[in-house]
Design a binder for this molecule. Structure first.
Ligand code: NAD
Ligand code: TYD
Length: 339
């Protein structure tokens, strides 16, 4: 089998490449990425030693370039991770989110259709459901909820999910969509909450907590997400959406305190800063469908996953130091001032 993994040099994409090389030995995994600010070829360092992996620098919005890659390989499966992914950046500059997430997905879908592939899997996000009230702790995201997006990021992701599903209904392309909760683990870009807090704590810098820190996210270890996507890709039903999450809701501030404790740093490093515009209050996935239909359950407990993630960032200083000393400094200053 031949798989195309887009966004392969990003956080989840690179973890998925390693998952596939391990679980589908003998199959060919082709990873593409335009190596935007969030894509890092070093994330694929070990994969590039494997003869079943090929990397190509390519942009999903480049129709000709992508067409040539489809011609060359004749893929059986496409898994689309490539996206602009950070909510705060989408508030600053929505245009690139629409171009990448919507137009890029449409280009991939047209090529998938032309080449008659076995299945196209679209990586979606739970953020398309909007948010849940903080106090209604018995309410969860189910697949049948109407979409109610808050940020340009989530709106562009909702559009790409719907486009993918429309190619199933209208053209009969085999499509599945998954909507996962917040991931954490190795190779996550330092703009995101957990790596940002970890790196700042290690550097004795202030930890910028938006608002009062009481917003809730439902955290899933990245390898559990990869397993779920692999299952849906091969065993999920055509034209279906599957939510992925493991009932692990946490207030942001509790994660910050846990990180500080693990690293032996004082809580005086916490700094409450201006809230994000339109900040979603609470995300919480109901994973009943994927559990009942495909038997998926997360394997990593948060207490273990967060410890190994902290260890990874402690052990891989050179990986993140290179990032935070580059153009990231300008982004950081724009977002957080002199904090
Ligand atoms: P990421 O930003 O680390 O990775 C995205 C990758 O896509 C990067 O390597 C980037 O260079 C690449 N990319 C961007 N534009 C591209 C283009 N035009 N052509 C080719 N490649 C391009 O993000 P991530 O966290 O790994 O997210 C991957 C996918 O998972 C996204 O679709 C995201 O919406 C989804 N998702 C993420 C989470 C999470 O918690 N991180 C949760 C649910 C869903
Ligand atoms: P993030 O990693 O951006 O994921 P998302 O907003 O897509 O869920 O943020 C996770 C949570 O952490 C979210 O409630 C916003 C909050 N947050 C902060 O408090 N401070 C920060 O500097 C960042 C980046 C996020």
């Amino acid at each position: 089998m031949k798989y195309l993994v887009t966004g392969a040099a990003g956080f989840i994409g690179s973890n998925f490449v390693y998952h596939m090389l391990e679980k589908h030995k003998g199959d060919l995994i082709v990873g593409i990425d335009n190596l935007s600010y969030a894509g890092n070829i070093k994330n694929l360092g070990e994969a590039e030693k494997n003869s079943n992996f090929i990397f190509r620098k390519a942009d999903i919005t480049d129709e000709k370039g992508m067409a040539a890659i489809f011609e060359e390989f004749g893929f059986d499966y496409v898994i689309n991770f490539a996206a602009q992914t950070h909510v705060d950046r989408s508030i600053d500059d929505p245009g690139i989110f629409v171009r990448t997430n919507v137009i890029g997905t449409q280009i991939l879908l047209d090529l998938a259709r032309k080449h008659n592939i076995k299945r196209f899997h679209q990586i979606g996000t739970d953020e398309v459901y909007g948010d849940l009230p903080l106090e209604a702790t018995d309410s969860f995201f189910v697949e049948t909820l109407p979409l109610k997006t808050s940020s340009p990021y989530s709106a562009s992701k909702a559009a790409s999910d719907l486009l993918a599903l429309s190619y199933n209904r209208t053209f009969g392309l085999s499509v599945t969509v998954s909507r996962c909760s917040n991931n954490y683990g190795p190779f996550q870009f330092p703009e995101k909450f957990i790596p940002l807090m970890l790196i700042n704590a290690m550097n004795d810098k202030h930890l910028p907590v938006y608002g009062d820190g009481m917003n809730v996210r439902d955290w899933l270890y990245v390898e559990d997400h990869c397993e779920a996507v692999d299952l849906i890709l091969h065993n999920g039903r055509d034209g279906e959406i599957y939510n992925i999450g493991g009932h692990n809701e946490m207030h942001n501030i509790d994660i910050v305190k846990l990180i500080l404790k693990e690293l032996g740093k004082p809580e005086s490093l916490i700094s409450y800063v201006k809230d994000r515009k339109g900040h979603d209050l609470r995300y919480a996935i109901d994973p009943t469908k994927i559990h009942n239909e495909l038997g998926w359950l997360p394997k990593t407990k948060f207490a273990d996953g967060i410890k190994s993630t902290i260890r990874w960032y402690v052990d891989n200083k050179e990986w993140w130091e290179e990032i935070v000393s580059g153009e990231f400094r300008e982004y950081y200053k724009k977002m957080y001032g002199d904090l």
